[in-house]
Design a protein around this ligand. Structure first.
Ligand SMILES: Nc1ncnc2c1ncn2[C@@H]1O[C@H](COP(=O)(O)OP(=O)(O)OP(=O)(O)O)[C@@H](O)[C@H]1O
Ligand SMILES: [Mg+2]
Length: 321
């Protein structure tokens, strides 16, 4: 677990980059720092691995003040993915990924095995390992950045706008891959972005920073969308809050109504029966189906495709604040 305790950072006795930040980042979960440019996200991140030092307050990892830790030892436990991957341009991909294991003095054999394992883990084809960074696409470079940060299997991963420089499609794919990876690895991840949609997609909790290093709100994506703490957060979240909130609620987590007859209550017989929604779909999908087919209830199946029951209009209403 990482804890910020009343942490402030003032540069040059003038610029307050972080202002009285108190925040707990639970282990094995993803915390996203999001906010406008210059609001102190990178500075906050850097106070975890001591690239910056707090002017006031304390940052702790598992209860210990990071300032009291040996800095080499501290950073060994923290993977760091730099903005735009930040690869070493004159080193082959293999060597980029091998950076930390080499510093740690692993054997050639161990390093080789680990690099190949990581390439597979992040979905990077083997023939890329002998290339140089500029010979890879933006998305491939991001994967290398993640592989390099994971090389020595650190429990903590800091990611500073790692997917900033890729097109939206690739970005969505990288986000999915990160979520999948996190299912397997359960790291304590701190992810920085200025993109609220990315934050809501990836974060178990999302910390919204306001200008001048003030934390406006920290909560789950559902909390933020349901009850923004102030006008700044509301504006930052943008339009369609209700729909996006429904989009976060998976049908697997919704108690369906057992009566299948309800699916046909407002339907003439001529309308073909609907294909049931799947558990991975959301209340937003359910609402869409209701609107499209003019129904007050739509069928929902379990993992095996068996009909579980129906989702009703009342359940949509109840899910909204
Ligand atoms: N080394 C430094 N010396 C002086 N001021 C700095 C330094 N680093 C950052 N700042 C200032 O601190 C504030 C916060 O910067 P920071 O880099 O943490 O913002 P950020 O939220 O990461 O922004 P971005 O989204 O643009 O990356 C800014 O006003 C910035 O100009
Ligand atoms: Mg930054």
């Amino acid at each position: 677990m990482i804890a910020f305790e009343a942490v402030s950072k003032v540069y040059d006795n003038r610029v307050t980059a972080v202002d009285q930040l108190s925040l707990v980042l639970p282990a094995a979960s993803v915390t996203v720092f999001v906010g406008p440019s210059g609001c102190g996200k990178t500075t906050s991140l850097h106070m975890i691995n001591r690239l910056e030092q707090p002017t006031r307050g304390v940052v702790r990892i598992d209860g210990t003040d990071v300032a009291a830790r040996d800095v080499i030892d501290l950073r060994r436990g923290i993977g760091y993915v730099l903005q735009n991957a930040g690869l070493f341009p004159h080193q082959r991909i293999f060597d980029n990924i091998a950076t930390v294991p080499r510093l740690l003095g692993w054997s050639r054999q161990q390093i080789g095995a680990r690099v190949h394992e990581l390439a597979a883990l992040v979905g990077l084809a083997e023939d890329n390992l002998q290339r140089y960074p500029h010979q890879l696409s933006g998305g491939q470079q991001q994967r290398v950045g993640v592989a390099r940060a994971l090389a020595a299997d650190p429990p903590i991963l800091l990611m500073d706008e790692p997917f900033g420089a890729v097109d939206p499609l690739v970005r969505t794919r990288l986000q999915d891959e990160l979520l999948e990876l996190q299912q397997q690895l359960a790291k304590t991840i701190v992810f920085v972005t200025h993109d609220i949609d990315e934050a809501l997609r990836l974060g178990d909790q999302v910390a919204v920073f306001q200008d001048a290093g003030v934390l406006a709100q920290c909560g789950s994506p559902r909390d933020l969308l349901a009850t923004p703490a102030n006008a700044f957060v509301d504006r930052f979240l943008g339009p369609d809050r209700a729909l996006r909130l429904l989009g976060l609620i998976r049908l697997a987590d919704v108690a369906v109504q057992p009566d299948p007859a309800a699916t046909t209550d407002v339907q003439p017989d001529a309308v073909p029966s609907l294909a049931p929604l799947r558990p991975a779909q959301t209340l937003r999908d359910a609402l869409d189906l209701m609107l499209t087919h003019r129904r007050n209830a739509v069928p929902c199946a379990d993992e095996s495709g068996q009909l579980r029951g129906v989702i009703t209009r009342e359940q949509i209403d109840a899910a909204l604040p």
